[in-house]
Design a binder for this molecule. Structure first.
Ligand code: HPA
Length: 277
């Protein structure tokens, strides 16, 4: 029989506990093109995924595949630099595994970032969207399987999956930094193909503002684990499905992720410096 998620988290924790040091109350998951945020961590302990018991390999472009623990703007943080995606073939429980490890390392809050296409026609590539809520259209859920009471409830509430206080703090930090922070609903799909134009119009009509291939599985796990979540999307391309819709290239996506990533780095810097730690 395969190991339970509870056993896998315990094994992963045992393999890093000594090096990980004191608890890290703020955890971050860095999305495509946003990995550079981890480079600013001071007194960093860097643990490659290959040294974490039971961790799969991260294979997505621009995902480093390491856990970085240290100090960022005065806050003690643990950063997952390189997440796992459904489109790589990882089952949802593998995608969720780092979230439970971060919880076991002392996380009380989780900041998730991602690269996303704009379903909302008023959004521009290079902008940042605060995730108010999500729609999980991946067809997957990390909690399917036997109940694991050591990790969380059988039927976790998702009505406040994105913490209202953290959202408020992010809006204030953006204003103080002079950053335009859009807000909206993130639609999560499995990928790896992008959406058809008809799908994009459909998702927008269903209330979606941004769309991507990550985040929703991790946020379900975070709600399960009792973590307060802040979600930020780097808007990398238009995804309106309108008549002037251009094909998307990974090069454009990563270039715009870097532009938005610079804003996300500043926003996080202010948030962490002002006590969201
Ligand atoms: N669709 C899905 N995922 C994405 C997109 C998109 O347009 N842009 C970046 N990630």
């Amino acid at each position: 029989m395969s190991a339970s998620q509870t056993e896998r988290v315990a094994a992963a924790l045992a393999s890093v506990r000594e090096r990980a040091g004191p608890p890290a109350p703020t955890a971050l998951v860095l999305g495509s093109g946003l990995g550079q945020i981890a480079d600013a961590v001071e007194d960093a302990t860097i643990i490659p995924y290959t040294e974490i018991e039971g961790f799969p390999r991260a294979t997505a472009p621009s995902h480093a595949g390491r856990l970085v623990i240290g100090r960022l703007h005065g806050a003690r943080v643990a950063i997952v630099q390189g997440r796992f995606h459904l489109y790589e073939g990882h089952p949802a429980r593998d995608v969720a595994l780092p979230v439970y490890l971060l919880r076991a390392l002392g996380a009380e809050r989780l900041i998730v970032t991602n690269a996303a296409g704009a379903l909302n026609a008023s959004f521009e590539p290079g902008q940042v969207m605060l995730i108010d809520d999500h729609i999980n259209l991946t067809g997957a859920n990390p909690l399917i399987g036997p109940e694991e009471p050591a990790l969380g409830l059988r039927f976790p509430d998702m009505s406040r999956a994105y913490d209202p206080l953290l959202r408020f703090a992010a809006l204030e930090a953006a204003e103080a930094e002079g950053i335009t922070l859009r807000r909206g609903i993130y639609v999560g799909i499995a990928g790896p193909s992008l959406e058809t134009s008809a799908e994009r119009r459909y998702f927008a009509s269903a209330g979606g503002d941004a769309i991507g291939m990550s985040t929703v599985i991790e946020v379900i796990a975070a709600a399960h684990a009792g973590l307060a979540v802040l979600g930020l999307s780097a808007i990398t391309n238009e995804a309106t499905g309108g008549p002037d819709q251009e094909p998307d290239t990974i090069e454009d996506v990563l270039a715009n992720a870097a532009r938005a990533g610079e804003k996300i780095a500043r926003l996080l810097g202010r948030l962490l410096a002002e006590g969201v730690r």
